[in-house]
Design a protein around this ligand. Sequence first.
Ligand SMILES: [Cu+2]
Length: 124
Amino acid sequence: MNPWIIALAGTAAIALVNWYFFLAPKAVANAQTTAGGTQEVNIDVEGGYTPSQVRVKSGAPVRLVFHRKEKSPCSEELVISELGIRRFLKPFEKTIIEFTPTQPGSLPFTCGMNMLRGNIQVEG
Ligand SMILES: [Cu+2]
């Protein structure tokens, strides 16, 4: 095969990987506000968090509904270290986590091994 083609294909592959990790748009989900004023977000847990980027407002209660759709031990624990939360997520069930953010900032959440990651963006 023509070495130029191989070099070109290699460059294209590297560009694609860089795009994926640094530039690809990450979907940010806005919380849905219920009639009671709670900001509710449904997050699917299966090999990762969907959505992994969540936006809420400071000063109103937040309800995160984690729906774990697998048995993989990686995702069995949910940690939100900024809030001191460490919770077991039962497989194929929903686990509700409630808190009220009091100031703007980032609240990262991860699995117990810090492999799966997401973030709650609290806006003022
Ligand atoms: Cu894990």
